[in-house]
Design a protein around this ligand. Sequence first.
Ligand SMILES: Nc1ncnc2c1ncn2[C@@H]1O[C@H](COP(=O)(O)OP(=O)(O)OP(=O)(O)O)[C@@H](O)[C@H]1O
Ligand SMILES: [Mg+2]
Length: 239
Amino acid sequence: MIEIRHLTKRYGRTVAVDDLSFRVRPGHVTGFLGPNGAGKSTTMRVLLGLDAPTSGEALIDGRRYATFRRPLHRVGALLDAGAVHGGRTAHDHLLCLAHTNGIGRARVAQVLEQVGLAGVARKRVQGFSLGMKQRLGIAAALLGDPAVLLFDEPVNGLDPDGVRWIRQLMRRLAAEGRTVLLSSHLMSEMALTAERIVVVGRGRLVADTTVAELTAGHASLEEAYLALTGSAVEFGAAR
Ligand SMILES: Nc1ncnc2c1ncn2[C@@H]1O[C@H](COP(=O)(O)OP(=O)(O)OP(=O)(O)O)[C@@H](O)[C@H]1O
Ligand SMILES: [Mg+2]
């Protein structure tokens, strides 16, 4: 489970996350929505210990990320697919990560197969397309077979086949009993993937509900989302 408790994160005068609280439970995909700059990536970075909270806390299974000795076994994440050493091969990139968490070669081969990169495993990452880098990032997230997964816009750059693959993968991971938090701006895709939705605007919680509830009375999730975030003056969403 993911638990965000009264989380605030400021960068100088910018309040990226503002007293945000919500929980993400296992068993279904939870979509993380909000306008550009709403604080989604910041929340995920704090969860992963890549940024320190100004106040409040972000917990995985009741603990801060920094307290895990082998974190890849607890939480997997794809935040920035571009953040890979281009000179390394896909295989070596994953093997380096695996080593730091006591994971063996066989698992590296397994995740490369799972994301469809087995055929280019020995190629340098600098020659990879954006979609291939996204797949590599997903392979890294899966390495430790974690119960909690965070994906920040994993669909970016993927072809239609890849988009469908991600949808099915997310749903399968959740059905296996994992906690899956997924951010995306593609509402039609989110409607097909997620069961619950957390919406943030200017770092604050705007909605924490089911897709069905949010969409009720609207033609689509996109219409419902726009109606919600369109009332910018009410909650101060950055638009
Ligand atoms: N390292 C940083 N230094 C300064 N400001 C930052 C930093 N990271 C994020 N911010 C600011 O915090 C706010 C929230 O940004 P964040 O990236 O979390 O939004 P987001 O919801 O992920 O947006 P998007 O949908 O565009 O990815 C923005 O105003 C952003 O400019
Ligand atoms: Mg972001």
